[in-house]
Design a protein around this ligand. Sequence first.
Ligand code: GLA
Length: 725
Amino acid sequence: MQLSRIFSLFFVLTLFVSTAVAGESIVVETSSTALVFNVDKSGKLIQSYIGERLLNKSDYEGINSGFDAFPTFGGKHTEESALRIVHGDGNTSSELVFEGVSSETADDVTTTTISLKDPAYPVKVRLFFKAYKKQDVIEQWMEVEHAEKKDITLYDFASSYLSLSAQKYFLTEFHGDWAQEMQMEEQQLVYGTKTIESRIGVRSNQFAHACFLLSENQKAHETEGAVLAGQLEWPGSWQLRFENDRLGNMHVISGMNPYASHYRLPKNTVFKTPALLFTYSLDGTGTVTRRFHRWAKQYGINDGKRTRLTLLNNWEATYFKFDEQIIKGIIGNAADMGFELFLLDDGWFGNKYPRNSDHQGLGDWETNHEKLPNGLGCLVKEATDKGIRFGIWLEPEMVNPKSELYEKHPDWVITQPNREIDTQRNQMILDLTNPKVQDYVFSVVDNTMQQNPGIAYIKWDCNRYMTNAASAYLKPELQSHLFIEYTRGLFNVLDRVRAKYPDTYMMLCSGGGGRIDYATLRYFDEFWISDNTDALDRIFIQWGTTYFFPAMALASHVSVVPNHITQRIIPLKFRFDVAMSAKLGMDLQPKDMSEEDKQFAKNAIQEYYGIRQIVQQGDLYRLLSPYESRRTAMMYVSENKDKAVVFSYLLKKTINGERTPLMLKGLDPQKHYRLREINRDTKHYSWFSPLEGKVFSGDYLMKYGLRFVMYNEYDSKVILLEQAD
Ligand code: GLA
């Protein structure tokens, strides 16, 4: 009796599924990309095609790759599996057959749901494909649910399994560490499995980013060649596997990392994976970048159409050493220089344990009375009076053991019982699987906002990853859920924050770029990609990042020289020219600047306002890679191609002059453009002078190029192109 009730509940849940379409192809497509499935005679779902969309749908019918669309462990499949379940009765195998397909379309976005079931067990799997027609990207994720008597245990639970067939495969991965994020490395993949992953639960991009470019037959190229590119939308532990099988096929398996994360699923509970965002192009990596960026501005980041503000941050200016007068001085200078917002960083809180270093006070979110006797409110007012907005730094997921919060709630931190506490940056992680901790973390944000009306911006930081991973809240038999439930807890909090504060600007930070992905960025307006503000290093970091994430969200700050991390001395102009190619900010004490530098900065900030729309909303075209050339260049083109801005940097001195023509891209060949150098260094002769004010057609600039010589290390040029007719 009870069993039949369970089954009827199950079928109610799946009623929307239409009847099977045996023999017909299931086509998931955008304007240019297609992913096609069919069902074989045994009922198995087959991925028959991935690639550029074919003009005639009927052409898909003849293709039969034989690729299992979502292989499970235990059947005939011998390669990596997408799903591995141990059933309630101990059976370790699963088989999936096609049950039905349905689709829904709204605003050019079609979600196709393919339902699969195990013929021998009441287990259902749904594969979701959300195709964004105009932006040419697809999101894929998976749900599993069952009606077995006992819990089932999931050991593998991929979001997506995509198969390609080519002669050769070249993988570009994006790895690094603190202060050296998003370093690109390309390698040919030969037989076997290459895994890129994070096992650290939070701040999961500290060593690598869940992003990839997989190029077929040749190394990835900007304007040509077949490339599959993806980003896993998950800030917890993640895994990307690339399996080159014995027949030379490539399978890309992505999802939450199953490492130490087997998941016990009770009956009638849905287990949902994050989505892989991907696209496929025959026109190289430039095309996939522009697709990701357009999608991000529409769907992937918070309010992608609104203008991002310039800001001055006091972190590198003061670190923990400041008081009300110092901050007021910086606010005044920020306003005077033309910034739109002042961001107060770490160090403003804690009384029993004043936050005067990173050793204590984290978790005690009460304004420090000594440094700020009149509270944050007085600083918000100061900023408002000076005509700029005010932002605040928070790290609400974390705690120093030396804090009142820890004294009150030692059971709230993630740590293994009977093991020595392991701190990083002297801090521990609060256990977000615990609903009480979620309430607390929300209240940190809420109280700060309520007690200080007028705060316009929050920098949300997260400065360590998980070790000693255990939760006092989760039952002993569910400890392996920690990595997954932590992230779900974080999203619960962020949902609440965004519901209450939809208009607040939020910056995603994790000791630099330790947490950047499109699930989290939906709550955030921008991200801090690196604590390394050295402009030369930033060129590489930003180059890698912008393959997937748009410049409008990439905060890039001018800081002092010698740089605090690298000790490198780079001219102010170069530092501005790099920061202005993304979202401009500053991280230094303005009162320490010379009058001349201040004047230059003021002018540059105004110039940034002139190009901000193009940089933040335009299309990115990469011209010369810093990985391949001493001179690097890229440009943004406005949507209707009436404006563009070109950035070019010389990374090393060239005795005879570096003359590589900049073959511009993305312009309208019919339009004519007037050239103007901005941020010009008036003290020295500019080798751009002969071209200043000249008008050229887009055709000329793209076929003959923009030609000017550069000589000196850290020479940089920013050229604005404006339609002249
Ligand atoms: C992290 C951030 C920095 C700064 C400090 C403050 O390292 O990445 O920008 O906010 O924390 O402690």
